[in-house]
Ligand binder design. Sequence first.
Ligand SMILES: [Ca+2]
Length: 289
Amino acid sequence: MLKQIPVDRKSCAVLLFPFLISIFWAGACRANSYGSLEQKLLAAGFSRPMVSGAFRSAPPPMFHLVCSTMRTGGAPANYSHFLAPSEIAAARRFIADHRNCFREEKAEYGVDPRIIAAIMLIETHFGSYTGKTPILAVFSSFALMDSKVNRDMVWRSISPADRVYWGRKAFDKKLLDRASWGYRELYALFTLEKSRGMRVTTLRGSYMGAIGWPQFLPSSLLKYGVDGNGDGRIDLNNAADAILSTGNYLRAYGWCRAKTLRQKEAVIYNYNHSTPYVLTVLGIARRVR
Ligand SMILES: [Ca+2]
């Protein structure tokens, strides 16, 4: 009997830990509303009904997401499974199924269809998984890191090993950079609603706020989004819009001027700052005839 006591305590601790963490975050989120962001967006010229309406239905800040991006020591990204013959065949089919769109894209933007198909294969498997995270909450959670109180909460929630890795100064700098990034994307999101009539509150995407088949950030959607199917709206969950928008993006970053392999790698690197990603995109393109 006596020997069982520590075991029971351990079990209780294991069961209680997630519960206590959820209580902590719930309390933290209640203490940090979106009020400061709403004021900032109002001062930037967005209307009160638009701003208040968007945040009224927004989920609470997702500070656990911010914490997860500060974790260190994970395995590097591995894209090699996208070079499997079944994946190459899927890319080939995608190009064939949308040949008219790709013809239009090639004429307008000049980007190799195999590169666009490779990107959409890696990003979302041609729209199979575009993400279900409410992106308004994603960008807002990062934007709220401009407050020391919020950074303190994240600091206390990361592991001791991660605190040693970052050090408080570098940790603050990283989160302040992410706060600027978050607000920039939030601003783009509200601009999309204002100028294109898109409902920011309903947009969902990846855990880092990327949207649609090609996983554009709102600022990229604003700059490079194209209405490919001519229905009067830009929807990156539509194949034609996604293909032409990606072509427009890559052309803007210099695809047509890129002659050497090194130059082409540099263009794709702008899409995702990862060398394994770039090499996989080019590897898929080489294998798709
Ligand atoms: Ca469209």
